[in-house]
Design a protein around this ligand. Structure first.
Ligand code: ATP
Ligand code: MG
Length: 230
């Protein structure tokens, strides 16, 4: 990485509404220290993905700031953020292109061996190898030729290859089969080490490993603690 960061993230009095109007977050505060794993739980529509999308800067706060190592991320370039933050989203989108290109995603230094190593770490290698053209398989527009679980695994491999200090995971829910979910579950444990992580997980086993669990309701933290406290 061309800039070394610690990976502390702070949401400071963050308010947010989508263009459609309604306030989703109001004066939301959260401090995540470097290396910590934070799990967000809460019912559907409570705002978990919104928090994560803000952390990734797909959206920016309407009011307030999001600081990375104490600096508002809007003062940094997108390239800086891209090299320090990796994500796997709930509805993952891939680029029209091959699996290999999608894992590489601009990572110019990586060799084929690095790509395979990343794919193996997240348990994606087997399904990729079984495809007709392996790593050279075209994924279709947005990844339309692959299942949600497969798209998540490829996003995962991309994140592992990029080796970011901050890692964000919004686990898919219904659209993912149990086999894929088990595979992803297993990968999560390996990927979180040494990173600041935000995870939205639906399985208790994933949530259990978090340093802190936040229960989100109507865009607010209504309870927090570790697995034993809650
Ligand atoms: P789930 O568990 O179903 O993934 P969630 O906790 O991730 O839910 P969010 O997706 O953050 O919930 O949604 C929070 C609120 O924001 C909901 O009321 C939702 O309808 C609304 N919302 C989410 N995305 C958008 C969008 N792109 N435009 C407008 N409203 C949105
Ligand atoms: Mg969500």
């Amino acid at each position: 990485n061309w800039v070394d960061i610690e990976g502390n993230i702070t949401f400071k009095n963050v308010s947010f509404s989508y263009k459609t109007g309604e306030k989703i977050l109001e004066d939301f505060n959260l401090e995540v220290n470097k290396g910590e794993t934070i799990a967000l739980v809460g019912e559907t529509g409570s705002g978990k993905s919104t928090i994560i999308n803000l952390a990734c800067r797909f959206y920016e706060p309407t009011k307030g700031e999001i600081l990375i190592d104490g600096v508002d991320y809007r003062k940094r370039s997108l390239l800086w953020l891209q090299s320090n933050l990796g994500y796997v989203l709930q509805s993952p989108q891939l680029f029209s292109g091959t699996i290999k290109e999608n894992i590489l995603y601009g990572n110019l230094d990586a060799s084929d061996l690095d790509i395979i190593r990343a794919a193996k770490l997240v348990n994606a290698h087997d399904f990729i190898k079984n495809m007709e053209k392996g790593y050279d398989t075209e994924v279709g527009e947005g990844g339309s030729k692959l299942s949600t679980g497969e798209k998540q695994l490829i996003s995962f491999a991309r994140a592992v290859l990029a080796n970011p200090k901050i890692f964000v995971l919004d686990e898919a829910t219904s659209s993912i089969d149990t086999e894929a979910e088990k595979i992803i579950q297993d990968a999560i444990g390996k990927v979180l080490k040494g990173r600041t992580s935000f995870i939205i997980a639906h399985r208790l086993s994933t949530i259990k490993s978090a340093d802190k669990i936040l229960v989100i309701k109507n865009g607010k933290i209504v309870e927090q603690g570790n697995h034993k406290d809650l």
